[in-house]
Design a protein around this ligand. Structure first.
Ligand code: PMP
Length: 369
């Protein structure tokens, strides 16, 4: 055997320059770092559902455990058919993935070559950049327009060239919380045949879902997730709506069995649990109104949100200094520097129960007094 083996030389060159995804902090991490009883830690940093999960979904998941000696459906057909029926889709295929994060991987697999470009409207969710970089493609950032973080349509269209493959849009946007104007999304779709990926991770909190637009715009791909309103983040399941003209190629490129039997069963039942969805929506609506009122009173700047979180503007303080102070008090929120330019002064807070929101607000008032 040769003396020194450097296995790294087998890596694709692009991989050498990647950095790890910055995830929200976990309860365990903060408990150890600040020596706080984990039970006393409040996690409102990752936009999970603080009410837990749909009981119907959990029951279906438990029942599905009896079948885990058998492979799941290769492409989650039952779930896909159910979603097609719910949204009355004609020319649209539905593909489930191991979280929406897996859908990004599939976009990279399907559309991106070394040297291609994607357009990303920042500050926004960092996984679009990651998927671009994995492929050796180049992210082109177009800042959202302040003060209300809307799409800069003119600039987006100006940046499109021969190398452009995907334009990433997020509505409601993470971390700013605003929905994008429908006429802007339409203007982009009608001006280009590039793929427009619309991330609707938070759409159930107040947007009109645009699934049926895919019937009309074959270049529109929509991503959705069960991690947020459905409370199934730990099961990892999301899905995409894609025009049938692309669907065949998605099918041919699919990672077989990528969604577990348990996750498929839970997701199918979660769709039926209207009571849990309404309870969550009601809590989020009340919580946002509470924050709007109290933040205004405290003189803390914030952005109105159509999602299950709210972003506060901490300037002149860096967001990180605010999240660090909150963490010392056992509250996990998210500083947004990883979301691209414009994120450094934003702190994103998941809407919680009345008591949880009060606890966060008390500490915020202390920091900004
Ligand atoms: N898109 C957005 C905008 C998100 O905020 C998240 C999760 N934070 C995702 C996609 C990923 O969702 P999933 O858990 O389904 O991978």
């Amino acid at each position: 055997m040769k003396k020194k083996i450097d296995a790294r030389k087998n890596l694709r060159r692009i991989i050498l320059n990647l950095h790890q995804y910055t995830a929200g902090r976990s309860i365990q991490e903060i408990a150890v770092k600040y020596k706080i009883d984990p039970k006393k830690i409040l996690k409102v940093g990752s936009n999970e559902n603080v009410l837990g999960s749909s009981q119907k979904a959990l029951k279906a998941a438990k029942n599905a455990l009896d079948r885990v000696n058998i492979y799941p459906q290769v492409a989650s057909d039952d779930l896909a058919n159910k979603l097609k029926k719910i949204y009355k889709l004609k020319h649209v295929d539905v593909f489930a993935g191991n979280g929406m994060d897996h859908i990004f991987e599939m976009l990279a697999r399907l559309f991106l070559n070394n040297g291609d470009e994607t357009i990303i409207c920042s500050p926004t969710f960092s996984c679009y950049e990651l998927a671009t970089l994995w492929s050796g493609a180049k992210p082109i950032f177009v800042p959202l327009l302040k003060p209300d973080y809307q799409l800069d349509v003119k600039n987006i269209l100006k940046k499109i060239n021969k190398k452009t493959k995907i334009i990433f849009l997020c509505s409601p946007n993470n971390p700013t919380g605003n929905s994008m104007k429908l006429r802007d999304i339409k203007a982009i779709l009608e001006s280009t045949d590039k793929i427009v990926f619309l991330d609707e991770a938070y759409t159930e909190f107040g947007n009109r879902p645009l699934a049926r637009w895919v019937d009309k715009y074959p270049n529109l791909v929509i991503g959705r997730t069960f991690s947020k309103i459905y409370g199934l983040a730990g099961l990892r399941i999301g899905y995409a709506f894609m025009h049938k003209s692309l669907g065949t190629y998605y099918k041919n490129s699919i990672t077989p069995f990528v969604v577990s039997t348990v996750a498929q069963a839970a997701a199918i039942s979660a769709l039926d649990d209207k009571e849990f969805l309404n309870k969550t929506r009601k809590m989020v609506k009340l919580g946002k109104n509470y924050y709007y009122k109290e933040l205004k009173k405290a003189g803390i700047k914030f952005l109105s949100s159509n999602a299950n979180f709210i972003a506060i503007n901490t300037a002149p303080l860096k967001g990180k200094s605010v999240t660090d102070k909150l963490m010392q008090k056992g509250i996990i929120t998210r500083e947004c520097s990883a979301f691209g330019k414009g994120g450094e002064n934003l702190v994103r807070i998941t809407i919680g129960t009345k008591e949880q929101n009060k606890r966060v607000m008390k500490e915020l008032k202390d920091i900004f007094k």
